[in-house]
Design a protein around this ligand. Structure first.
Ligand SMILES: Nc1nc2c(c(=O)[nH]1)N=C([C@H](O)[C@H](O)COP(=O)(O)OP(=O)(O)OP(=O)(O)O)CN2
Length: 165
């Protein structure tokens, strides 16, 4: 009888401090602000005869690397219908929202291919970045992956991937 297990990873290093603003409509957004986001990942799969699902360290490394990539940066949504983003020759960003102009130095900003910088989009981006083409999931015999991204204690969104979803 197959034995499945779920390993949960929520290490201290699985966090990133980032700025953002949520856009609610073509004319309404939040002011710029930030959070200390934390990330939780659960991997489910079959425990093999030698009592191990698989070495989860490659996944842990991938999670922490992605946290480090988004740490101390300002996140902008690259696919928002309400925010237009231009870059000058030096890669600095000029973002247009409802008649306002917001300027960012290239070193300070990360533009993500999402509609909005929300918990739901961050957990999806994070999860899709880990799953990628599925090869790491196959290598680690992972059947199901859950990624939760929290903007603070008690407030998170959850994204899920399954091998047969
Ligand atoms: N569906 C969503 N709604 C909102 C999101 C989101 O990601 N998805 N995000 C926000 C704001 O970004 C806001 O920063 C987070 O909400 P808020 O609770 O107002 O702020 P805090 O995290 O500081 O929590 P406190 O309860 O105020 O301590 C709004 N909506």
């Amino acid at each position: 009888m197959a034995r499945t297990t779920t390993i949960e990873l929520h290490k201290e290093e699985m966090k990133f401090s980032a700025g953002h603003f949520t856009i609610f409509s073509a004319t309404h957004r939040e002011n710029l602000h930030g959070h200390n986001f934390t990330v939780y990942v659960a991997l489910t799969g079959e425990v093999l005869e030698d009592g191990i699902l698989s070495d989860y360290r490659p996944l842990k490394t991938a999670i922490i690397d992605r946290c480090r990539a988004w740490n101390e940066t300002f996140l902008l949504p690259g696919n928002s219908r309400h925010l237009r983003i231009e870059r000058d020759a030096r890669g600095n960003v000029l973002a247009h929202f409802n008649g306002e102009e917001l300027r960012f130095l290239a070193r300070d900003v990360t533009v993500l291919p999402v509609e909005n910088i929300t918990l739901e989009e961050l957990s999806r981006m994070f999860g899709e970045g880990l799953v990628g083409d599925g090869s790491l999931m196959a290598q680690l015999h992972i059947q199901r992956l859950v990624v939760k991204c929290a903007s603070g204690p008690g407030q998170w969104s959850s994204w899920e991937w399954g091998r047969h979803v």
